[in-house]
Design a protein around this ligand. Structure first.
Ligand SMILES: NC(=O)c1ccc[n+]([C@@H]2O[C@H](COP(=O)([O-])OP(=O)(O)OC[C@H]3O[C@@H](n4cnc5c(N)ncnc54)[C@H](OP(=O)(O)O)[C@@H]3O)[C@@H](O)[C@H]2O)c1
Length: 274
């Protein structure tokens, strides 16, 4: 059983989830089905990924009661704005074929367009209507968080940001924690980079008799973050969830922190996602 974290609105969320980018509908439906069978209860998708139909199918096929599953999707940049957020969410909900979504995130802030505060206001209305349980953001820097909170009086429950040993996000983890926001880690394994072969990680893995991926995901959980590793492989999915039977020492945590080398994804101040 994966431990849960309580969000600032009182809802609970699993502390590890399954990422679904860049899977299409067919691949995502297989991966989400095996993940749910393997014990995953947090599934991360986005309208931008184009796989909400497949994710929804797997949820229904799994037989796992809907209320046991924590389902996240995200508002694409092209649909930011008050009415367009409401319409975009409803289309996503139809594709997922669910009554409600557990967590809806603004995918990127897009400060140049500057519609994220009104998009968040629309999400709060959808929450009042019972269609969204929790409202959050993704890729928000401190200034973006401050404007949303000042503009609406509501603190997002989650800020999903790039986080892995090469980009440990010390400052944003502190900003989020001070505000009572849970940090979710995207690309937690450093998607496509060689973090899993790094000698620091493999030495710690050998010492604990676990895999490199398990070391990295455990490090993120001990930092207080919620990793959402993507895997289409049932065995790797199971291993990625099996990280609650060992702990990293303070020295091992520090050694992984020293792997910092910079982000692999976009900068929230300038990244254009539509
Ligand atoms: N909010 C955002 O802007 C944003 C941005 C990027 C990603 N995300 C979310 O975060 C999720 C995770 O990030 P990501 O997919 O970019 O990268 P990731 O989870 O760091 O890495 C995924 C890659 O690692 C491989 N892998 C998974 N488990 C493994 C293991 N135990 N051993 C070896 N290789 C393993 C996967 O291959 P196999 O499938 O073959 O196992 C895949 O190639 C995404 O799927 C998406 O849901 C959000």
């Amino acid at each position: 059983m994966v431990p849960m974290v309580r969000l600032n609105d009182g809802h609970e969320m699993p502390t590890v989830g399954l990422g679904t980018y860049p899977m299409g509908d067919v691949e995502a439906s297989h991966a989400v089905l095996t993940a749910l069978q393997n014990g995953y209860r947090l599934i991360d998708t986005a309208t931008r990924y184009g796989n909400e139909t497949g994710v929804g199918q797997a949820i229904r096929e799994s037989g796992v009661p809907r209320e046991e599953i924590f389902l996240t999707t995200k508002l694409p940049g092209a649909d930011q704005g008050y009415e367009s957020t409401v319409e975009s969410f409803e289309a996503a909900r139809q594709r997922l074929d669910v009554e409600y979504v557990d967590l809806y995130l603004i995918h990127w802030p897009l400060p140049r367009v500057d519609h994220y505060v009104e998009s968040f206001e629309a999400m709060l209305r959808l929450q009042e209507d019972g269609l969204i349980r929790s409202v959050g953001v993704s890729n928000f820097a401190a200034e973006h968080l401050r404007r949303v909170i000042d503009g609406t009086g509501v603190v997002p429950v989650v800020n999903q940001i790039e986080l892995h040993p090469a980009f440990n996000q010390a400052m944003m983890r502190e900003v989020n924690a001070d505000l009572g926001i849970v940090t979710q880690a995207w690309s937690p394994l450093g998607r496509g980079t060689d973090l899993l072969d790094h000698p620091t990680v493999t030495a710690i893995a050998d010492a604990h008799g676990v895999t490199a991926a398990q070391v990295i995901l455990r490090w993120e959980v001990q930092l207080g973050a919620v990793p959402i590793p993507k895997s289409g492989d049932a065995d790797r999915q199971a291993a990625n969830l099996d990280i609650f039977g060992f702990s990293l020492t303070d020295e091992e945590m520090t050694a992984v922190m020293a792997m910092e080398s910079g982000r692999i994804g976009g900068d929230p101040d300038s990244h254009e996602e539509f």
